[in-house]
Design a binder for this molecule. Structure first.
Ligand SMILES: [Fe+2]
Ligand SMILES: [Fe+2]
Length: 368
């Protein structure tokens, strides 16, 4: 007889986590969920590949003390076994859920699962291809965490009869190439904004438990602490090379900040029923998440976006409207909406950024 299958939450390496996930892929699958995860639009999570040799050649000596501390913390693995259902997992009434909410929430879960798994495949590939012991160790640890996160979301989806087939995605989803420095900016930001998003929802539901319409939100605190550590690792990687946050690269940082913030705004505004059920105003939520992310990113980026500038909110709204029109319109109208989206993005990126000096030591602890 076969031993019972271990859970992804208990896996101590990414390889073990993926083997468990793949065995589950064999047991059940869902075309709808996997097809949704396969989509590559401006608003859906993508998979990335990069120049792994360049990444592997990073020397972490300039940040050695902070590096060793962070790795020791991740090696201690405080969240091992956490990302699975336990007695705190309340029964979910999927059939009784209001249809709009159900649709948007499933979309949220599939998109989150894909984003978690996108981190997993990128980090795992770096670990597999690298020879630098510092780099491979870090990427193994981060990939381990992301495999658990994705596995847990699939647990939640399963109750709705859905599953994102992770093995299929690894093989078949399109990979977008980003040179290493773009991976640092984009991934650093997505880890930190992920932390800010999860902790903001967690704190809000702590204060308003009547809005917690699904148990998975109870897991967001430990979850966001993992993302926080991943962000710290990328901050340290960027700190090893001061050129990455100077000169022309500051324009790239501004580009990524604007792209990541505005994408989040547009995507969240596509889920009104979801935010209503949570009791969260999406404009308030966006501003709150941007404020936290900006504060955190001062650890490494020499600029932050001026999110209180009068043109900021207006630009976001224009972009959101143009995106909504783009989805509906055809032909010339569609082209018009695309032009409006681009012009809204340009007006956002043209807002002067706030400059500041960065601290000598980058390390932060989660305080929100
Ligand atoms: Fe994650
Ligand atoms: Fe992460």
């Amino acid at each position: 007889m076969n031993a019972p299958l271990k859970h992804t939450a208990d896996a101590t390496t990414v390889e073990e986590g993926l083997a468990i996930a793949e065995a589950q892929d064999q047991q059940y699958t869902s075309e709808m969920a996997t097809e949704t995860a396969m989509q590559n639009t401006l608003l859906t999570p993508r998979f990335y590949t990069t120049d792994f040799d360049e990444l592997d050649s990073i020397d972490v000596t300039p940040v050695r003390a902070d590096w060793d501390n962070l790795i020791a913390q991740m090696e201690a693995d405080p969240n091992r076994g956490h990302f699975k259902k336990n007695e705190n997992w309340d029964k979910v009434d999927w059939d009784g859920m209001e249809p709009e909410l159900k649709k948007e929430f499933i979309d949220f879960l599939i998109s989150s699962c894909t984003a978690e798994f996108s981190g997993c495949v990128l980090y795992k590939e770096m670990k597999r291809r690298g020879n630098n012991p510092d780099i491979t160790q870090l990427f193994q640890l981060m990939a381990r965490d992301e495999a658990r996160h994705a596995g847990f979301i699939n647990d939640a989806l399963r109750e709705a009869g859905l599953r994102v087939n992770l093995g299929f995605l690894t093989q078949k989803k399109k990979y977008t190439y980003f040179r290493p420095k773009f991976i640092y900016y984009a991934t650093y930001l997505s880890e930190k904004i992920g932390y800010a998003r999860y902790i903001t929802i967690f704190r809000h539901l702590e204060a308003h438990p009547e809005h917690r319409f699904h148990p998975i939100f109870k897991w967001f605190e430990e979850w966001c602490n993992d993302e926080f550590s991943h962000g710290e690792a990328f901050a340290l990687l960027m700190k090893t090379d001061p050129k990455l946050t100077k000169g022309m690269n500051v324009y790239w940082i501004k580009f990524f900040l604007t792209a990541v913030y505005s994408t989040m705004y547009v995507r969240d505004h596509q889920r009104p029923a979801f935010h209503k059920a949570l009791g969260v105003d999406p404009d308030w939520y966006a501003h709150e998440v941007f404020t936290k992310t900006s504060k955190l990113s001062e650890q490494i980026f020499p600029i932050t976006l001026d999110i209180d500038h009068p043109r900021w909110q207006r630009g976001l709204e224009r972009m959101q409207k143009a995106n909504a029109d783009m989805a509906e319109a055809k032909g010339l109208k569609k082209l018009g909406a695309q032009i409006r989206a681009v012009s809204a993005f340009i007006s956002l990126i043209a807002i002067p950024a706030k400059k500041h000096s960065t601290p000598a030591s980058v390390r932060l602890e989660p305080v929100y």
